[in-house]
Ligand binder design. Sequence first.
Ligand SMILES: CC(C)(COP(=O)(O)OP(=O)(O)OC[C@H]1O[C@@H](n2cnc3c(N)ncnc32)[C@H](O)[C@@H]1OP(=O)(O)O)[C@@H](O)C(=O)NCCC(=O)NCCS
Length: 163
Amino acid sequence: MPEIRDATEADLPALLAILNQAIRETTAIWHTAEATLEARQAWLRERQGRGLPVLVAVDGGVVRGFASYGDFRPFAGFAATAEHSVYVDPAAQGRGVGLALLEALVARGRAAGLHVMVGAIEAGNAASVALHRKAGFEEAGLLREVGRKFDRWLDLLFMTRRL
Ligand SMILES: CC(C)(COP(=O)(O)OP(=O)(O)OC[C@H]1O[C@@H](n2cnc3c(N)ncnc32)[C@H](O)[C@@H]1OP(=O)(O)O)[C@@H](O)C(=O)NCCC(=O)NCCS
């Protein structure tokens, strides 16, 4: 199993490659423009500066995936709720990396006093829905056709877990 640890700036090129593959080829994330290293550096500093976890899964010295959480909605009343994301290199999918990352993230959230974690998942993303079910998340709401990518409308499924 991979080692799960906090990300460092040295991990960012590998993390960026995983993220940009998902942006280019999947509906897991609804960006269309690829992310830049500078933007990810700022993101990492902002998250870690606020004490928010950015975790990587490392196997054989190679970053195989990453996971993080941040604000669900940036208003005081939502402070005990976080929205997270998990990405695994396609070459390493289906081997438990995503589950290890998500369980580590849940543990961090619990230790930080979070009450609820929210995953915002493209409803057709069977791997992510199954991963979240396996990690104890339940389906909490479906927003139909709120997204568009690759010339089609996308539904957004919220899955939540109370910690
Ligand atoms: C979703 C994702 C993170 C899952 O990571 P992974 O490392 O492949 O998943 P794991 O091997 O840890 O699988 C954990 C469980 O999820 C389910 N699962 C994972 N991939 C699946 C698939 N393709 N189909 C059905 N179920 C799947 C299974 O229940 C699995 O447990 P099992 O193998 O014991 O049955 C990964 O597919 C990914 O990065 N996809 C692209 C980005 C993405 O969709 N991120 C989530 C955005 S919300």
